[in-house]
Design a protein around this ligand. Structure first.
Ligand SMILES: Cc1ncc(COP(=O)(O)O)c(C=O)c1O
Length: 408
């Protein structure tokens, strides 16, 4: 049935759509499917007891305040904590440089709202985070896709893209979603230098940086930028940095933060006022209570150990069961790895057959803003318990071998 609303959609609504992943996530609701499709953290590592205790503490001690409307910028003690933490690991920032958002996804939307005019160009990696594309499509962004390899964005191809005059560069340096790759130190430095030379700022999206299983931590772009400019660890403002509690505590809290110059924070605050007035005060206070005595430093070790075990098992099973025609990345952290099928194989078609065998992944095509990548797939290793990883990868391996054999 047609409704009177259908002829009244705004132009931007044309470019809005449900993400392939959200659609696929519905599959995970079918209990018999082993799904490597979602980007879900392991529920086993959610600190349920600590959050429960913190809820009680907050209600006992700050009941009315926690249930009241609150400042759009976010709960001050939480912002102070984040600024101390950032100063310890990266650049020095003040709470005035920090906005708490309802997830990083909201921050991406606000960045689109505040910066992107219809037709503006944004440089992204190809593949890149689908949620960013979804957020910015509605604002009319055009994407300049810079290819990436196992060391992240191929920064040597960036200059050509920078000459087009983009609004900003969007990059995920650590254990990228979807590819699981990490931008090498050399490329990070070159990226910061090129961005500076062309006067184009950077949005650094870093939800997984703390989830490193092996190798040395690499400095953030925001820090490298301050070194490059000789500001020696003081925030310069050329990089907007995003991170989130979704992967450190629990995504259901919908808590994340943006680090940006004060002037930009003020604009983002206006966007947030229009969108939802503020992030839930109760959730912010609970997260603060959980985290204030250093709990996250310990908790993140548990997350790393759990995900490392799952990644190792997945890699082992892939080596055992996948045909030699298929390649994959070996991420040093995070939640995803990336499969590269033979050129002739279409991952979306493969998914249909995989679903019949009760296993799911995300075909990689939709992560490529300007097309391509139809023979790639994103596989999540954080969510499934080991016995499901073993079984699910074996099922995929059998299917892949059959496909390769059929072709021969
Ligand atoms: C790269 C990236 N950015 C942002 C987000 C959104 O995270 P949040 O739960 O904080 O909204 C995700 C979630 O998977 C992500 O992978």
């Amino acid at each position: 049935m047609q409704t009177p609303w259908e002829y009244r959609y705004a132009n931007r609504t044309q470019r809005m759509g449900s993400s392939v992943i959200r659609e696929l996530l519905k599959l995970t609701e079918q209990p018999d499917i082993i799904s490597f499709a979602g980007g879900l953290p392991a529920p086993e590592v959610f600190p349920v007891e600590e959050i429960k205790q913190a809820c009680i503490y907050v209600l006992d001690n700050f009941g009315p305040q926690s249930l009241q409307y609150s400042a759009t910028e976010g709960y001050r003690p939480l912002r102070e904590m984040i600024s101390r933490h950032t100063g310890r690991y990266s650049v020095k920032v003040t709470p005035e440089n920090i906005l708490i958002t309802s997830g990083s996804q909201q921050a991406l939307d606000f960045i689109g709202r505040v910066f992107i005019n219809q037709g503006d160009h944004v440089i992204v990696e190809s593949p890149t985070y689908l949620g960013a594309l979804q957020a910015w499509n509605g604002y009319g962004a055009q994407y300049i896709a810079v290819p990436s390899d196992e060391n992240g964005m191929m920064v040597d191809k960036l200059e050509e893209a920078l000459r087009i005059g983009p609004k900003f560069i969007y990059v995920l340096p650590n254990f990228q979603n979807p590819s699981g790759t990490t931008l090498s130190l050399e490329r990070r430095k070159l990226l910061v230098e090129l961005a500076d030379r062309y006067g184009v700022p950077i949005v650094e999206d870093d939800p997984y940086g703390q989830l490193r299983f092996e190798g040395d931590h690499l400095p953030s772009l925001v820090w490298l930028d301050s070194q490059y400019r000789g500001d020696n660890g003081t925030y310069t403002g050329n990089v907007i940095y995003l991170s989130t509690f979704s992967k450190l505590l629990a995504p259901g809290l919908r808590l994340a933060w943006v680090i940006a110059p004060e002037q930009v924070i003020r604009k983002l605050v206006h966007a947030k006022q229009a969108a939802d007035l503020s992030t839930a005060a109760f959730n912010q206070m609970v997260a603060y209570e959980v985290a204030k005595h250093g709990f996250l430093d310990e908790h993140v070790k548990v997350i790393r150990a759990t995900y490392k075990e799952r990644r190792d098992l997945m890699l082992e099973m892939m080596a055992e069961t996948f045909p030699p025609e298929v390649r994959w990345t070996k991420p040093l952290g995070g939640m995803f790895l990336w499969g590269i099928l033979p050129e002739w194989m279409d991952a979306a078609e493969l998914l249909n057959e995989a679903i019949e065998r009760k296993v799911a992944f995300v075909p990689g095509g939709s992560f490529h803003p300007n097309g391509g990548g139809t023979n790639t797939m994103r596989i999540n290793f954080s969510y499934s318990k080991p016995e499901f990883i073993r079984e699910g990868i074996a099922r995929l391996g059998t299917l892949l071998k059959e496909k390769v054999a059929e072709r021969k």
